[in-house]
Design a protein around this ligand. Structure first.
Ligand SMILES: [Fe+2]
Length: 386
């Protein structure tokens, strides 16, 4: 896949190509070489940071700041708004304000200029109607989330059988979860920008070609930086289902992998305790994490869609992460949320953790089976939402 040309403040992206790729597969590669000097410094600083033993800086329950588990170490910040207790970590993350404000600025600029072209709704609507924090009025949480992950790839269950990995990598739609550091999922937010990965592992699914595509790797000589721009659930809702959410996963690799990405997050991704008074008026505990409001909008977009199924009970097939097929008895006017409840009865997966995908499109909870024209015997893919 050819990356789009330079994606920068003040430089219009190749919009036609970007929209087309978002509609087909929910992601595109972008050339970040214009920032390669800073990215290179950032990479060096973070590599030094993560290779320092016994950091003892946090615990695995911390939402922002540093955390570590047996499989990975992470740094997580709201871009531009750092907690007092985490500010001592900034020297590792902030390169001349690069990580602090650069990501906010570049993604905000893209959305302010092109929200209507890309999503079909205004920048303000992304903030007000779709709860994207970055697009809300200036305030302490009008920003995105920066995630830095250092995958240790030391899991004892890691499979080193390269033959098996190669077989599964590109042409097999079935999931070999034993080789996955992070199983297939879509993100809840609007849009993410991955700045770099230092080793292979991240893969994105191309529903059109039905294959997994490896994300670019920052070359050792640092001559080139190609990032990934991908869409989440909120992009599907904001675009009335026209744009796809990028299905992605992370495979184990033989060496540690350092990666940095920024996400224009949905409000539900930030714990309530971090949200502040000036935004309280816009928040009710009823709408956090639910899709009622978005579902209404999507429904109105689809009001004229016809019903492709006859009435009555029929079966659809749910393909699980391991490739196993579950049959679920449904009726045409069942919502996808109800289908998720039926799956929960069989598999124990709670609906909020479940994402259903049909022909590459994420199925919205409030939409009905007939809205998506899934026929009797139709195969719906199930992935986990993290
Ligand atoms: Fe993700």
């Amino acid at each position: 896949m050819q990356p789009l040309h330079t994606f920068s403040v003040g430089v219009a992206p190749d919009l036609v190509s970007l929209v087309s790729q978002f509609e087909k597969r929910g992601f595109c590669f972008v050339n970040l070489d214009f920032a390669k000097d800073r990215l290179s410094v950032l990479k060096t600083k973070l590599t030094t940071f993560f290779s320092t033993p016994n950091k003892a800086l946090g615990s695995e329950n911390v939402f922002l700041g540093y955390s570590s588990t047996t499989s990975k170490e992470t740094l997580r910040f709201l871009a531009g708004h750092h907690r007092e207790e985490d500010k001592h970590l900034l020297p590792y993350l902030n390169v001349d304000g690069f990580m602090d404000e650069w990501c906010n600025t570049i993604v905000r600029k893209l959305l302010k200029t092109h929200a209507v072209d890309i999503f079909g709704c205004s920048y303000e609507s992304l903030g007000n109607d779709y709860d994207i924090l970055l697009c809300q009025k200036e305030g302490p949480f009008s920003c995105g989330l920066v995630d830095v992950a250092y995958y240790l790839n030391n899991n004892p269950e890691k499979i080193h059988n390269k033959q098996k990995q190669e077989t599964n990598n590109n042409n097999d739609n079935d999931e070999d979860v034993t080789n996955q550091n992070c199983t297939s999922h879509v993100d809840p937010g609007l849009i993410s920008l991955s700045l770099f990965s230092t080793a292979p592992g991240l893969q994105l699914y191309d529903p059109e070609r039905e294959e997994w595509i490896d994300a670019p790797v920052a070359s050792k000589d640092e001559e080139s930086f190609v990032g990934v721009l991908w869409c989440g659930d909120a992009a599907v809702k904001a675009s009335g289902g026209r744009i796809k959410a990028a299905i992605h996963r992370v495979l184990y690799h033989d060496e540690p992998r350092l990666t940095v990405w920024y996400e224009a997050v949905h409000r539900s991704q930030i714990p309530e305790s971090f949200l502040r008074v000036r935004e309280v008026a816009a928040i009710t505990s009823n709408n956090i994490g639910k899709e009622d409001k978005c579902g209404e909008v999507v429904k109105s977009f689809e009001a004229n869609s016809s019903n492709s199924q006859d009435d009555g009970i029929f079966c659809i097939k749910i393909k699980t992460l391991t490739g196993r097929i579950i049959e679920v008895s449904v009726e045409n006017d069942y919502t996808w949320y109800r289908v998720k409840q039926l799956i929960e009865e069989k598999e124990g997966i709670p609906p909020p953790k479940n994402r259903l995908i049909y022909r590459g499109q994420v199925l919205v909870d409030d939409k009905r089976i007939c809205d998506n024209k899934v026929p009797s015997g139709g195969v719906v893919h199930m992935v986990l939402a993290l």
